[in-house]
Design a protein around this ligand. Structure first.
Ligand SMILES: Nc1nc2c(c(=O)[nH]1)N[C@H]1C(S)=C(S)[C@@H](COP(=O)(O)O)O[C@H]1N2
Ligand SMILES: [Mo]
Length: 432
């Protein structure tokens, strides 16, 4: 088993937190508000709208709530790049990260990857089996699984090929298409350890096959150590049952690890003493390194970050010189919590520390923020995250040295947006 660690491949220039507050203290929230213009004859504030003088819509028009019709652009989008047979078989639909607020992705916007369309499993006929090198093999119904004590946890889910199209240079001028193969949600389910503790897993069974019941029969081998650590059988996300696309009624969640391993429409776990070497872990999801050896069993996702505002879909074209604006982005690591995020305005020559906003949880998205005075000058805007075990995002050239040029998986090099003089934002690649 070849493991790679990207720890300490870049020395981060770390300004202290106190420096950060000193730098941003002058740029207060009221300074941002002061830049908007109030006009005394604006009818939108001086007059009632139609809704102030008529009855509103019937409350029960949508028993299951829908977004405002004005938000019709806030949708997942597909690309033929990873698809076959239209969207019926292998297909991908990407989360609109430029519209994402906070760290929880709404269920209808959760990214979706499927290798054989979306299975619609009847929960009454659903059965889940645990067998192999185990004293008490078992078949459970969904109801049985829900009888175990439940847990709710917030974790991101990311396809290891997120950003893969950008490997050889910018392909898409879009945040959604560059990084939208990830989302973050509150998952609810049962820790596998809770179930397995009573079933007598053979100590020699250091591997576990996980298999889905869709047409792709998605199967991967997972170390039993991870299964007994934080792995979960999840049946709910954001307070309701999984969506069919996310594996209803049951999927595996391996916090921080490749989404490919998080098998949807779960059918069985089989314990054994050797890896199974399934199609998805031999022909795919391995990475050929510069030495000519492939990395197999490539599990946790690397520390990573992306600026979500501005971005190509959210330019600064309406800003004027001197306007105050909040730069925002998302950082995440499959190894734990985000420790700090730095921002560069000059393509990585100089860095300043951003502010971590709201919840900072392990293996979850962490939102970062920086209040900035817009100068109307071109910028090369980049973010670089460090996680709690001090992994730091590499540059493109550093990453090529670590995982070679063939690999498309686990890309976590620093991403750069070019902000043009007119405020347009373009996807560019800085190599070093
Ligand atoms: N049964 C099954 N599980 C699967 C897949 C699949 O096609 N079938 N796709 C995998 C891949 S490659 C990814 S990236 C994630 C995507 O999870 P999501 O669709 O909930 O975002 O599911 C994984 N689990
Ligand atoms: Mo994936």
């Amino acid at each position: 088993m070849t493991k790679i660690s990207k720890a300490s491949n870049t020395e981060i220039v770390q300004s202290t937190r106190r420096d950060f507050f000193r730098k941003t203290a002058a740029y207060s929230v009221s300074a941002i508000a002061a830049t908007s213009i109030l006009s005394a004859d604006d009818e939108n504030i001086t007059h009632h709208s139609k809704w102030g003088t008529t009855l509103g819509d019937e409350l029960n028009k949508n028993p299951y709530g829908l977004p405002s019709p004005y938000e019709h652009n806030n949708v997942r989008r597909t690309t033929p790049l990873l698809s076959s047979a239209g969207d019926m078989h292998a297909a991908i639909s990407l989360t609109p990260l430029h519209e994402q607020e906070g760290i929880i992705t709404p269920n209808g916007l959760f990214f979706t990857r499927t290798h054989n369309g979306v299975a619609q499993i009847d929960p009454n006929k659903f059965r889940f089996m645990i067998h192999g090198m185990i004293e008490k093999p078992i078949v459970l119904t969904l109801e049985d699984i829900k009888k175990y004590p439940s847990e709710s946890v917030i974790h991101f889910l990311e396809c290891p090929s997120n950003g893969a199209a950008e490997w050889k240079g910018p392909q898409f001028n879009s945040l959604q298409f560059v990084k939208g193969m990830m989302s973050c949600t509150e998952w609810t389910g049962v820790r596998l350890k809770t179930i397995l503790d009573d079933l007598g897993v053979d100590p020699k069974a250091i591997w576990c096959l996980v298999e889905g019941q869709d047409g792709s029969e998605m199967s991967r081998t997972v170390p039993t150590e991870k299964i007994m650590d934080d792995a979960m059988l999840v049946y709910a996300m954001n307070g309701e049952a999984l969506r069919a696309e996310q594996g209803y009624p049951l999927r595996l969640l391996l916090p921080g690890w490749e989404a490919n391993l998080c098998v949807k429409w779960l059918k069985r776990l089989e314990f054994g003493d050797k890896p199974w070497y399934c199609k998805e872990e031999t022909s795919k999801y391995t990475t050929l390194t510069a030495s000519g050896k492939a990395i197999q069993h490539f599990y946790p996702l690397e520390v990573n970050s992306i600026i979500t505002s501005p971005c190509p879909e959210k330019p600064w074209t309406s800003l004027k010189k001197g306007d105050m604006i909040e730069i925002q982005g998302l950082a995440w690591s499959g190894h734990g919590k985000i420790k700090l995020v730095d921002i560069s305005f000059d393509g990585g020559k100089n860095w300043v520390e951003a502010n971590l906003k709201g919840l900072v949880l392990p293996k979850s998205w962490t939102r970062f923020s920086y209040i900035y005075k817009y100068e109307g000058k071109p910028l090369l805007l980049a973010s670089r995250a460090m996680d709690e075990i001090k992994n730091v995002q590499p540059t493109v050239n550093q990453e090529k040295k670590i995982i070679g040029v063939e690999g498309v998986y686990h890309r976590n090099s620093i991403c750069t947006w070019e902000v043009k003089e007119n405020g347009e934002v373009h996807n560019v690649q800085m190599r070093s």
